[in-house]
Design a protein around this ligand. Sequence first.
Ligand code: FE2
Length: 234
Amino acid sequence: MDLYKELVNGPGYAVCPIENMQLFKKLRDSFIDKMNISIKSEKNINAVRKAMAKMSLSEINRTRINLNAIDTLSDMIIDSCPSLVETLCGKELFIQRRAHIIFNVPGEKHLRIWNHYEMISGISPFTYVLWAPLHDLEDDGGAYLIDQKSSLEIMKKEEVAGLVNGPTVLNMMGKQKPARLKFGQAVVFNPFVLHGNVPFNSKFARIACNVRFQSYNKPLLHKNSDYLKFYRLT
Ligand SMILES: [Fe+2]
């Protein structure tokens, strides 16, 4: 598979294996430690997911803020997939200063990540997103992606109608089927493909991490050094 072609001329996204599982497991362990959730002295990702599914909205918000203390998260995600990143952007990079660990909590009352594309948040068109779950995805808690051709057609229609994220885009959510990735798989996508979550039922929350990266030699857009940092792959 020619990853660059897949991402630039093809569907705009690709599923890839995590290259350094030892490091990626370390990332997951740092997350579990930070969560400080222990059930019968057993500390594992499913125990955290189960506890998270029952958290109140304020507990979820507090947890999100606490997780910002893991300041090596961006480096760890990038270093888990060095060949993939180098293939797309070379060794000298701008990477998101603070990568995200994101939860999708089951049940209707929780806010969905509605259908969107990354360009809308002011990152450059040369940016890619690497998204990976911290466990197998066995339900609809994952993310769906809409291929680049369909995404661009929808955006062009919106442009003609003078809309940004109008009803066509927002109503697409209901029909989507999130990908069922395994722990050890990641999805990389360009900033033009529409993606989001759907409501789902489960005893477990979904936990994933993501980071944005681009070549150091490509122009930036609105996001600058507040959001990005220089990073050199070894
Ligand atoms: Fe997104």
